[in-house]
Design a protein around this ligand. Structure first.
Ligand SMILES: [Zn+2]
Ligand SMILES: [Zn+2]
Length: 267
């Protein structure tokens, strides 16, 4: 695998296509779907895809691959940060139509199979509907397939510990709390940390912008999510790609400190 020695942290080339695609490093594209993000890590004519949008984002996921010059069949693997509906929307389609393996932490496998669903319930959301932004977000989430039944029939655990033999050489970092098997992914060659929902930079239900935890109702175990910030803090990365919100340019160490401060102020 060809690895670039230098870090390219300021490229912000817009690529036309459905959704919002930002080139954050030579071979790394951050894509904004409808209130959720995914990442394309290219290596020649193949790629690693990290996360797959809401069910309603399926066409946008496929279009984003084409926009960066890839056929959906060129996805070497789909890495899942966690199995909430807004991150696995296109997973089963990619798996069944294009034979793309869907990989994740072993603790997330039964969740992706929907042996159980560890996602905020409609009732819990409605109980928070008085908060600014919650109701419009909930309407959008419903329309985008946030409550659809979208299991991955054959999710797979990572084949080994440590860096994965995939485009970009992603290193999974188990960061439980948002869900039990949540993983962030470090791309050491480009100084990028894909944080998923362990650390986000904005959300329609939050009035804060910048590094933060999601609001409490979205976490399986918020105190574990706080502890998982310690894992992210140690990562040598200067670009953070969250599951929600814009790309963050800044060291993981500072971003996690900011998120921790905001979490303790919010409790
Ligand atoms: Zn989530
Ligand atoms: Zn999410």
């Amino acid at each position: 695998m060809v690895r670039l020695p230098e870090r390219i942290s300021t490229i912000m080339t817009k690529v036309p296509g459905d959704g919002d695609i930002v080139r954050v490093a030579r071979d790394v594209y951050a894509v904004s779907g409808s209130n959720t993000n995914w990442v394309i890590v290219k290596d020649g004519d193949s790629c690693t895809l990290v996360d797959a949008g809401y069910p309603g984002d399926r066409a946008a996921v496929l279009a984003s691959l084409r926009a960066v010059g890839l056929h959906p069949g060129a996805v070497t693997a789909l890495l899942v940060t966690h199995a909430h509906n807004d991150h696995i929307g296109a997973a089963e389609h990619l798996r069944t139509v294009y034979d793309v393996p869907v990989l994740m932490h072993e603790e997330e496998v039964p969740h992706a199979r929907r042996d159980f669903l560890d996602q905020v319930s409609v009732g819990k959301v409605l109980a928070q509907a008085w908060r600014p932004g919650v109701l419009p977000w909930a309407v959008h989430a419903l329309r985008a397939g946030g409550t659809a039944h979208v299991p991955v029939s054959e999710p797979r655990a990572f084949p080994s510990a440590g860096p994965l033999d995939l485009p970009g050489g992603p290193v999974p970092l188990h960061t439980p709390g948002h869900t039990r098997g949540h993983c962030a992914y470090h791309l050491p060659g480009s100084g990028i940390l894909i944080t998923g929902d362990a650390l986000v930079t904005a959300h329609p239900t939050s009035r804060t912008s910048g590094p933060q935890l999601l609001p409490t109702m979205f976490h399986t175990d918020r105190s574990r999510a706080l502890v998982s910030l310690d894992v992210l803090e140690e990562v040598d990365a200067e670009i953070l790609l969250p599951g929600h919100g814009p790309v963050h340019h800044g060291a993981a160490k500072e971003a996690t400190a900011t998120a921790r401060d905001r979490a303790s102020a919010r409790v």
